[in-house]
Structure formats: structure tokens, C-alpha cells
Design a protein around this ligand. Sequence first.
Ligand code: GCB
Length: 594
Amino acid sequence: MKRISLFIFLITVSLINVFAALPINVYGRDYRFLNGRWDAIVDLYDQGERMKVFENRRPEGASDFYEYSFDGGLRLEVPGDWNSQSHELKYYEGTIWYGRHFDAEPKSEKREILYFGAVSYRCNVYLNGKLIGSHEGGFTPFGFDVTDYLKSGDNFLTVEVNNRRTADAIPALAFDWWNYGGITRDVMLVSVPDNYVDDYFIRLRKGTPDIIDIDMKMSRPEAGIKMAVEIPELNKRFEAVTDGEGRVSGSLKVNNLRRWAPDAPVVYDVIVSGGADRVEEEIGFRNIDVDGTRILINGKPQFMRCISFHEEIPQRMGRAFSKADATMLLGEASDLGVNMIRLAHYPQNEYTVRMAEKMGILLWQEIPIWQGIDFTDEHTREKAKTMLTEMISRDKNRCAVGFWGIANETKPSPERNDFLLSLLETGKGLDSTRLYAAAFDLVEFDRNRGVFTMDDPFTDNLDVVGVNKYMGWYHPWPVSPDKAVWDVVPNKPLIISEFGGEALYGQSGSRDVVSSWSEDYQARLYEDNLRMMENIPNLAGVSPWILFDFRSPFRFHPSNQEGWNRKGLVSDRGERKKAWYIMHDFYQKKRSEK
Ligand code: GCB
């Protein structure tokens, strides 16, 4: 408990940390990776702080001794979760200290930013023995300006990582996926000019096919700095000088713009410059709107053929983090015939988002507000806002992201409503061009009316409503599937954001018995659900749960689950189940209907 309060203290310190710095689009800059094998110390009882492990001392005098050493112990791959790297760490929830040396040659005209793609779940970062900052939240990037802390020659970087579940965390105490801990995404040292392009938001203006709005910011609040956006292929250039806050805003009219769409993933090379800085980007432009119960992409209605996956490679039983991982996950999704992915249940790595964009796959990206969140806790609310801000800040220039998801399966209460409203306010303050969505599991069958309904007035605040409904799995059918009538958010687009059931690949059994855990029952469940969905009047898309079987401590059945949620259309070893083919055919049909 004490330990967690120390973390909270350090994280609070980090909120006022003068070194916190995160230039947008680190991959478009001058950087070097600090990935690789790091030394590690497992600190189950949280003693490292007291021992000052971050000082990385070695005995010098005859009476010196230290009860730790980074040398000769455990080594862990970065990026990577620790759970999949050692059998003993499979269930580990606690602290691990990561340490590594690296050489640096700081240049006087440059600033050096230490960047972390994600650390799960909370961390304190020390450079050459000094605390430089902290972060909480396992799925979003953060960075620190370490220019004044870097030495010429050898430097020692220590990261204290803790993944203990707590009631005030997001997600909180229990969630249906593996609680991977570690430095799970790229670590980079990014070199930028002294005054650098800190941020930009370049997007198509809502409701117009040809006006690109531009907002940019330099790192220093200094007037008179020239900033520019260039799109060579369109022969367009925007130029302006910063105001006293270091900001620039404006727009470009483009007559011959080809818009990005799921079946036409057009992206343009874009060069953003400011002062001595220059960042290379690829940006696509598209409109996304709602018209009654339909979702429009570039003004045309589109039925969303969606799937979800966790950021996990089941074959490796570990977190996905690389381009190769993104290729595998997106490739399997694309084979299913999707035009959209709901990235479950948290922001996933930038490789996945950028690759999806190139492949023409629309994304629903959400923060891990997943059941069991303490909506009464002010700190938790602030954390949620930070996560939302970090997610939007990283991906606001990714046209593939069409939806920001703010919550999954929450129950109405004044506190919940207030919490989610404040998230919407934060989100829309940063980006009002996308659709805001959340997924709910409150649809019930009203026996008096004989219809499926949902009573959650919060849905009024959203553009698109997701419904997770496990008919034939958690809920027996009250009427036959083709007789099911839905009256759920009738005036809005509804996406069935989850449905499905579990089956062990290769297991045959009765099509009528849930507990057969068979591919046959799962296939029938899919047939039934799709039949029901054909009659949902405001249905704008469907998303089976889930592409791959995934690891979850929720799932203890000894022969059918063994720590795996088996709702995948594809097994943990990549084998397609019968239900995969049903979904594939359905998506083929939907595609030809458009
Ligand atoms: C849900 C959750 C999802 C679970 C799924 C299940 O409603 O949103 O995270 O994994 O159900 O398998 O029960």
C-alpha cells in the first residue's frame, strides 16, 4: 500500500514535471532505438527504492557492499512483456527494475527526448541516478526532455516498472485479458532542434471535401517563427508565422484531393517544418459523419465489417509490439474481409495503427475504461482524461481512426455519467472531427413488449452506440433468432461491437449444447446471431468477439480454456474455426451489397 502511495506521489510529481515532453510523430524524426536486452531486477517486496538501485553503484572501498547489482542477473528484451520471457514471471504482478547503459554525444544545438511507446502499467524513470519523471497508464506514449541530464559518453538508464492491479487504476482490479507488465513498446532517444515542431493536427474540415485545416505548435512560446506544411503531390504549401504562444493555424483549399476510404487508402507525403525543424509524415484525408442511423465515409453510407483483437500474439503468448506483429494481426483481420477494426480494449502500438491506415482499415480506438472502474474517484477521472488525451494526441493525424471509444460496459449512475461526460468534453476539445462511441452490455429482452431494449440515457451523448450482446452464450434465446426484434437507440447508428461464444479448435460436438465448447456449437451461434442481426433496423456494423483466442486469467476451465478465452474465430495456433468461414461468407455478402 505504502509502495503504491509512493508511486502516486511520484506520478503527481510528474504532472508538474518540467521535463515532460512528447513531440508528435517521433518516428518521423531523427532517433535511435534504445531497444534490446536490458538488465533487470525482480523486486517483489519493493525494496529497490530504499536501496537506491537507480544509482547502480558498485563497491569501491573495502567496507562497501550493495545488495543488488544489474550485472549478471536477469535480462529482458525491450520491447516486450516480462510474463512471456520467463516461466517464473508468467503471473508476476509487481515491480521490476530495468537498467541499461548507452553512449551519448549531446550536441549543444539539439534537445534530446527520451521516448517510451508504452510501459505497463506505471513507472519511474531515472537517468544517471536522477529521477526524471513518471508515468501511469499501460498503453500510451510519454517522453522526457533529458538534454540536461545526458552525459557525454556512458549513461545509465533505469526504469522502475510496476504492473500491480489497483482499484484506482485503468483498467482496475479485474479485466478479461492478461496483465502483461514491462516496457512493452519501443524506447527511443529522439534528437530535435532546440525549438522544435511540438505538435500538429492536419485534417479535412468536417463537412467539406476539399478544405484542410491546420493547427501547429512549436515547443517554445515564441512569436515570429516560420512554420510550413507542404504536400508535394498536390503541389500545395501553407506557410505562416507563430503567435506569442508558438502556435499557427490556418487552412488549405485543395481541388484535386483524393480522399482516403476503406477501399481507397490514399495517403500523401506531408512535410511539416518550423524554425530549424522538419518532420516527415504521411497523412490521409477523409470525412466521417453520421446521418440518422447510418455511418457515412466521404458522404457515402458504409456498413462496418469489423473485428477486434487484443495487442497479443497468441502463438508467442505475449504482447504484440513490432511491425511483424502488426502484419500478422492485420493480415488475419484482412483475410476475414473486414473494413474496420475495434482495437480492444486500449490504444495499440503505432505500427498497427499506421499499417491499418495503409491497408485501408478504419479503426475504433478506445481507452481501457473496462467495467469495474471507480467512477467516484477524482484521481481515476484525471487518469482517464490523461489516457484519452495521450491517445488522441498520438493518433489525431491518422485518418484511419474514425471512432474514439470512451468506455466499455459501464452501468448508469450519476458518477458514471459525469465521468464519461467529462471524457467527452476532453476528447471533443482536442478533436471534434471524429465520431465518439462507447460499448454497452445492457440490452435486455423486455418480455412484455417482446423486444430487445436498452435503458441508458448516456447513449444520447454519443454519435455511435456499440452493443456487446452474447446471445446463445451468456444469454439463452428468449425467442427464435429470426423473430428477435430490436428497439435499441433507434435513431442512432448501432454497431454490435461484440458477440460470440467459445470453442476449442478441433473439438466437435453438439450444435445444440453450449457446454460442448465445440466448433459446431460456435458455428451455430454465429448463424443464429447473424440471422437476428439482419432484422436490426439501425444496424450500422458488426464486430464478432474476437479474432484470436487470447490469454485471460478469467478463464479457468481445465480442459477447454486453461487460461485462454476461446471465443476466437482463429485458435491460439492460428487455425481457423468453422465460425471463421461463416463470418467470412457474411462479410463477402455484405461487401457485394454495397
Ligand atoms: C465482454 C468484454 C470483453 C470480454 C468478453 C467475453 O463483454 O467486453 O472484454 O472478453 O465480453 O469474452 O466475455
